[in-house]
Design a protein around this ligand. Structure first.
Ligand SMILES: *Cc1c(COP(=O)(O)O)cnc(C)c1O
Length: 494
């Protein structure tokens, strides 16, 4: 069942399980199903089903070389005890047409947990399906949240090791402490001097290095990825779009078939791409609001058709979205154009010149589904403040960027369809900036600020963050990005 192709070459064919093991295609492209036309989800059949049952119904058609039993086991194990609510992704209503989908109830208080609680099981099953003898080494670059969620998912998993690379200038103190305090017998955490794009491009260099791949196989390893370029990351994210829609029907907030909008705080374009796929396979989505922070390359792209990453990355209070190269956009370009040669030429241009321009026709097509918007730092803080004053609801800075997009969208379009804003992180993860936004006096110590935020808002600090302060630091690797190959080789054989 060689169903997946590379976005850059339709003649590269591979099964779903192999795509999960490999992460990235050999030509640098991302794995996609060539067409989504044969998958149509019957929403009525999902009503009153559990999160896990809906996950099975959505993911099974994308993973046809998994048996029903294998996939059921993966899903059951992933969501058995890792979330602090049985709903997994609860919804809060703000007003008559605005809702917040809370994706931050997992082990590390960010939406990445939804997918990264499941990926290790999908990976282990994939290795079994392929009767793989090699051990797997996961290499992951993180803008802050993926790293810890991946470490928690993969630590102590048999036959898999994980190395996480994070930008030394770019993650919050809490995010850093989460990562460098991770225990487990198979984990390496390493800071890279620079920003997220430096970390991501260093890891891409590692993946594409023939020398490193040869060295790995000589030592019994194959390389893989836990970034959202992996289909095993993407598929679990499609699920909560359906779950949230179904729950709104059950709560009589919407009727079956009613079109709604989603606002998605966007960085690497993984989460919002999952929303696009949900739309393609039958979820009645009218518009996907693509919400960026000051690193607004996606805003420019969706407004002008020109993608240009030749600018300075700015550090913002929504660091998990501080990205100039949104990897998953490549999948959207494929689905919207259906032309792997065209995608390959755009990606070559991006590689050579740092930019590309799509046709007007294609841009027009994207604009029928995507509404781009961005928030400055000031606007982000104002949004946190406004939503707290008005609804007594505390948004983290990323989710606030998403809310700001909704404000812009309503002003521009007068659209009154209901909209779900994806809440991608707990405000406690970014307590320093949230306190600033709420104009509450903070301390110099990020851990003390957790308590200040708890006392001011009456919300409880998530368990994983509460214990963080007292954990020992177990990792203190720091390297320049040019040394990544040596570093990986050295740690691999240790
Ligand atoms: C990763 C992340 C995002 C961006 O998601 P993408 O899939 O990279 O677009 C937004 N908010 C938070 C809190 C994140 O961790």
């Amino acid at each position: 069942m060689k169903e997946y192709i590379s976005t850059r070459n339709k003649n590269i064919n591979i099964s779903a399980s192999k795509a999960i093991i490999k992460g990235l295609a050999d030509d640098g492209g991302l794995f996609v199903l060539p067409s989504l036309d044969h998958i149509q989800i019957n929403i009525e059949s999902l009503l009153h089903k559990s999160y896990q049952e809906i996950a099975l119904a959505i993911m099974k058609p994308f993973l046809s070389d998994f048996t029903q039993e294998e996939l059921t086991n993966c899903i059951t194990n992933a969501y058995a005890s890792t979330f602090d609510t049985n709903e997994i992704t609860p919804i809060t209503k703000l007003n008559e047409n605005e809702y917040v989908l809370e994706l931050s109830h997992g082990r590390t208080s960010a939406f990445k947990d939804v997918a990264l609680s499941l990926l290790p099981y999908l990976m282990t099953s994939s290795l079994k399906i392929n009767d793989s003898k090699d051990k797997t080494l996961i290499l992951t670059a993180t803008s802050g949240d993926t790293g810890k969620a991946a470490l928690e998912g993969f630590k102590n998993v048999d036959d898999i090791s994980i190395m996480v690379f994070y930008p030394l200038s770019g993650v919050s103190p809490i995010q850093e402490k989460q990562m460098i305090s991770t225990d487990g017998n198979n984990v390496v955490v390493c800071g890279i001097h620079g920003n997220f794009d430096d970390a991501q491009s260093a890891v891409k260099v590692a993946f594409n290095s023939k020398e490193l791949n040869d060295f790995a196989s000589a030592n019994g390893y194959q390389l893989s990825s836990a970034n959202s370029i992996n289909i095993g990351r993407l598929l679990p994210q499609i699920v909560y779009y359906f779950v949230s829609y179904v729950r709104l029907i059950e709560r009589k907030e919407i009727t079956l078939g009613e079109e709604i909008n989603f606002s998605v705080p966007t960085g690497n374009f993984g989460d919002i791409l999952a929303g696009y796929i949900a739309k393609c396979i039958g979820l009645p989505i009218n518009t996907l609001l693509c919400a960026s922070n000051s690193n607004n390359v996606l805003f420019e792209f969706l407004s002008t058709g020109i993608y240009d990453r030749n600018k300075e990355l700015v550090k913002t209070i929504s660091p998990s979205m501080d990205i100039l190269i949104s990897s998953n956009l490549e999948r959207l370009l494929y689905y919207a154009s259906n032309d792997t040669d065209y995608v390959a030429s755009l990606m070559k241009s991006l590689q050579d010149t740092g930019k590309y321009e799509i046709t007007n026709e294609l841009l027009g097509k994207l604009q029928t589904t995507f509404y781009p918007s961005f928030a400055t730092e000031k606007e982000t803080k104002e949004c946190i403040h406004h939503v707290y004053e008005k609804y007594n609801y505390v948004l983290d800075p990323h989710s606030a960027v998403g809310y700001k997009a909704l404000v812009d969208y309503k002003r521009d379009t007068q659209d009154t369809r209901k909209c779900i804003v994806l809440n991608t992180a707990s405000p406690f993860k970014f307590a320093d900036d949230v306190l600033d936004a709420l104009q509450i006096k903070k301390s110099d110590d990020s851990f003390t600020n957790l308590t200040i935020l708890e006392e001011a808002t009456g919300l409880a600090i998530p368990k994983n963050l509460k214990s963080l302060k007292d954990l020992d630091i177990l990792h203190n690797n720091k390297i320049n990005k040019d040394n990544i190959l040596d570093f990986i080789r050295e740690k691999m054989v240790k």
